[in-house]
Each structure stands twice: as structure tokens, then as C-alpha cells.
Design a protein around this ligand. Structure first.
Ligand SMILES: Nc1ncnc2c1ncn2[C@@H]1O[C@H](COP(=O)(O)OP(=O)(O)O)[C@@H](O)[C@H]1O
Ligand SMILES: Nc1ncnc2c1ncn2[C@@H]1O[C@H](COP(=O)(O)OP(=O)(O)O)[C@@H](O)[C@H]1O
Ligand code: SF4
Ligand SMILES: [Mg+2]
Ligand SMILES: [Mg+2]
Lengths: 268, 268
């Protein structure tokens, strides 16, 4: 089973990438599960067609009686979907919520029962604290893909995620698979992101252009693959999915210093 | 002493608002301190003219020998500046780092020694977990101002911050002073933000238009008040500072439901 984490700042396009890559993989015959770890709980909305109940919400309601069918839902092309959810705002640790959710899936033997080919975690990367880095700490996945734009804040968050990966790489070999450049910001400058990737010792594995069809499919709560399978952007996601599935180039990233980041921003 | 927290999503304009409001207050004779609680540690850069050492960094280096002059720096018009800093990416709790920094300031009797008129905390609001809500939980301030744009993610974060305020309001009466609308996003629609504010039972206390002069002063590591005191935007910040200083309308917010937020976004 290939286990990957997709990290990135809030609103950067993680769920857009995850739902379309999952749809492309499922369409080509892979058995895929997506676990949304963003407290917003909307990672799998465009795969199932609606927001699903989160593990933490169901746990708060049903306690130990929780069953597999309470928290695992089937979406487009049979993709299995789970949302970890988060604590109520203001209390608890968002990161620990993710681990609690994973522990429940383990207890219910979800991973053994479903015989998955690919498992994808969609994780918020605004704050790389002990909480949100838990999936790295606990080696939940083998490789991480980071979604970014060329905005300073997005690159800053991506660099922090790399610091987190580097810190835990020795523990279980969770490494960086690559950078996914989402051209959805006001400034579109792939050369900045390519330079950022090569300084980290990795590469840009995919480029998603800013595109109307992504917003149109999202409004209908579908992936682009489902809503407009013949659109060029659907093929962009199919290529990205293939690249991720076959990627064997994984590195321990070499995060940039504050000064190096500052110097790059001045050129944007 | 008036104690306020300024919250908002990363990159939304918190430090721009805080450094200019602080400069306007100091210019009019108030004794002001700014405590940056963003792990990035750059809240006070445009007041001091450079990034200052953070409390957590100095604590890691000097331990218990830490002195007031190691962590409190004077900037424009005598504004006192402190940066709490954050843990290394991937470990520890970003929120607990803020509390640790405040405990050190208390131990060094910073607040008694400096006889401040206004104390402003600049706090990251992407994730409103137990960590980042600690300033609300520990009643570090009397009123909160939330900086937002009309982007869905920014409003979602602002709504979560309101859930955090509401949760702790009974403990010590930290309430919502108002919404500050920063027109810096691609979509500029003040009516959406005004509606959002009135649904929360509060109002928009300030509107900062998208403006070149903000970026120009930032590059020179100055506030607009210092770099271009006669510019209309400097007066915008002076008016906002006066409004905040004299504001007595504070409320316990009435956060929107997911459905209400979804409905508002569809109209953006
Ligand atoms: N390449 C793109 N072109 C146009 N819109 C995009 C693109 N990528 C993402 N978006 C839009 O940006 C918003 C945020 O994307 P989302 O995937 O939900 O981010 P995240 O999961 O990182 O929070 C969504 O409304 C999505 O439709
Ligand atoms: N009204 C505005 N017009 C133009 N640029 C702005 C405006 N507000 C903020 N900015 C720019 O946006 C960036 C982020 O602002 P900042 O105050 O650092 O955000 P935060 O402190 O919330 O992370 C800065 O580069 C700043 O110059
Ligand atoms: S570890 Fe992170 S997610 Fe957990 S409470 Fe602290 S800041 Fe929040
Ligand atoms: Mg998402
Ligand atoms: Mg800031």
C-alpha cells in the first residue's frame, strides 16, 4: 500500500489536488482511501458529493460503539472517504485529533479489511507544531507532497513543513516526494517555485493552472475528473496521479534559512 | 491599561494593522507595547526596523538568567516591542509558547515597570485550537479585533476565532471589539464583511484599502505612519487607532453556522 500525505497552507488547493488525484487513481483501477485531516472536515466533499460526519463528531456521539460504517463512506469510483474532524474551536489540540481518529481506524481494522492500494492524508500545514506534525512523527505515510503557490506565506509554510519532515525523517523515513505548484494566486511565477524546489533538493512534480473548471466542478461538489472528464485539466490531474504513483525519488529536504526565503521573496 | 488582541488568518494584514495602529497611538502620546505572538516573529519588524530576538529563542540560550533588556526593544516613537516566537517546526505547542513568553514577562515585572497605556497582542488565527486560544482562555486582554478580507478562508477563520471568544467569555470577559476589513484580496466586497460583522452582533470598525504605500513602507521596514506620515492611508490608521482607543462597544459574538457561512460564500 502506498501511503502519502499532502500538506500545505489553508486554502492553497490541497483538497482540490487530493480529490482529483484520488479520482484519477480510482478511475485507473486503484483501490484508494482519502483521510481528511483538516479540522474544516471538507477534504472529501467533492468525492462523496456532500460533507460526511467526522470521526471525532461520531466519537463524541457514539463513544466506544463506533462502527466502520459510521465513519467510512464510499464516493466517486468507490473511493473510501474518512474525515478526522477537529476539536471544537478554542479547546484541545487539532493535531491530537488526527491521531485519535487514526487510532479508531486502526481499532476497527479498517486498513486490513479494505485491502487498499493507495492511502492519501490531506493535512493542514499553516502551523507546523507538534500537533499537525504528528502524522510525520508517527510515520503515517512514506512520502509527503506539498502544495504551494508562489506567495511568500505559502512558501514560508512549505519551508516549515520541510523542517518538520527533516526532524522526523530519521524515525521512520517519511520523506519528501515533491512540490505541487498550484498557479491559483494573483502572482503566477513557476520559476520561483522551481528554484524553491531545487534548493530543497526536490522538484515540482505537478503544475495546476488557475482554472475556471475547478471552481465550477467544486460548486457541483464533484472533482474535475467526475464533472468534466474530457477537459484538459482532468488530464493534468491524471498525469500528476501517475507521476505520484510511480515516483521513487524521495528526499530528506534541505529547508531554506529565513535569509534565503527573504531574498527569494524580494524577487517575486 | 487597555489590553487588546488582534487575531486573523496568516498573511491577512494583522501586523500591518498592529504596527500602524501602535505608531498612531504612540505619536499621539500613548505609551504602547506590542507583543507579537505569531511563530514567524515578524510582528514588530516595521516598528523596530529589524527582526528582534524572540523570548523563546533567548530562553533557549540564556535560561533563567534572562533579563528585561534581552527581550524588550524600543521602536518608533518609543513603542516597546516583544516577540514571543514559537517552537521549532514539528515539535511543541505553538500556543503554549505564547503563554511561556507571557509568564517570563510577568516574572520580570515588565508590565509594572513600564507603566503602559495600551498593550496589543498580534496573534495567529489560522487554527483556533487550545494552543492559540490560550490568550483568550487566560484573559490576557479585554477586547479582540479580528482582521479579515472577504475570502471564504479568512471569514471561516474569523468565525472560528469568534467561537473561541464565545467559549471563554464567561471566564474573564474577553469580548469582541470589532472587525477590521482589509481590502487586500482579489475580491473587494465590503458589504459581505459588513453583513458578516452584523450577524456576529458587531461592526466593521475600520477599512484599509489595498494600497501600494503599505508595501513600499514595509520594504523599508517602517510603518506607513513613519514612512509617509502625510499619506491618506496614514490618516486611515490614525482614525482606526482613535476608534479602538475610544471603543466601549464590546460584545460576546454570535458565530455563524457552517450553513450560514456556505450561503454567504455563494454570494461572493
Ligand atoms: N488551480 C485552481 N484554479 C482555480 N481555483 C482553484 C484552484 N485550486 C484551488 N482552487 C480553489 O481554491 C479554493 C481552495 O481550494 P482547496 O482545495 O479547498 O484548498 P485547501 O484544501 O488547501 O484548503 C477552492 O475554492 C478551490 O476551488
Ligand atoms: N491593505 C493592504 N494593501 C497592500 N498590501 C497589504 C495590505 N495589507 C497587508 N498587505 C501586505 O500583505 C502582507 C501580509 O501582511 P501582514 O500584516 O504581514 O499579515 P499578517 O501579520 O496577518 O501575517 C504584507 O506583505 C503586507 O505588506
Ligand atoms: S500542538 Fe499545535 S494544534 Fe495542538 S494545541 Fe498546540 S498549537 Fe494547537
Ligand atoms: Mg481542504
Ligand atoms: Mg504578522
Amino acid at each position: 500500500m502506498k501511503k502519502i500525505c499532502v500538506y500545505g497552507k489553508g486554502g492553497i488547493g490541497k483538497s482540490t489536488v487530493v480529490s482529483n488525484v484520488a479520482a484519477a487513481l480510482a478511475e485507473s483501477g486503484q483501490k484508494v482511501m482519502v483521510i481528511g485531516c483538516d479540522p474544516k472536515g471538507d477534504s472529501t466533499r467533492n468525492i462523496v458529493g456532500k460533507k460526511i460526519p467526522t470521526v471525532l463528531d461520531v466519537l463524541r456521539r457514539k463513544g466506544e460503539d463506533i462502527q466502520l460504517e459510521d465513519i467510512v463512506f464510499k464516493g466517486f469510483q468507490g473511493i473510501y472517504c474518512v474525515e478526522s474532524g477537529g476539536p471544537e474551536p478554542g479547546i484541545g489540540c487539532a493535531g491530537r485529533g488526527i491521531i485519535k481518529a487514526i487510532e479508531i481506524l486502526d481499532k476497527l481494522k479498517v486498513f486490513e479489511t479494505l485491502e487498499l492500494d493507495v492511502l492519501i492524508y490531506d493535512i493542514l500545514g499553516d502551523v507546523v507544531c507538534g500537533g499537525f506534525a504528528m502524522p510525520l512523527q508517527r510515520h503515517l505515510a512514506d512520502e509527503v507532497y506539498i502544495v504551494t503557490t508562489c506567495d511568500p506565506m505559502a512558501l514560508y509554510a512549505a519551508n516549515n513543513i520541510c523542517k518538520g519532515i527533516k526532524r522526523y525523517a530519521y524515525r521512520g523515513n517519511t520523506t519528501l516526494g515533491g512540490i505541487i505548484y498550484n498557479g491559483r494566486s494573483v502572482v503566477d511565477n513557476i520559476s520561483i517555485v522551481s528554484e524553491f524546489a531545487s534548493r530543497l533538493n526536490t522538484e515540482v512534480v505537478g503544475y495546476i493552472p488557475m482554472s475556471e473548471i475547478i471552481v465550477k466542478s467544486e460548486i457541483r461538489k464533484k472533482s474535475v475528473i467526475e464533472y468534466a472528464p474530457d477537459h484538459p485539466i482532468a488530464n493534468t490531474f491524471r498525469e500528476l496521479a501517475k507521476k505520484i504513483l510511480n515516483n521513487s525519488k524521495r528526499v530528506i529536504p534541505n529547508p531554506l534559512s529565513e535569509e534565503e526565503l527573504d531574498e527569494m521573496w524580494e524577487r517575486i
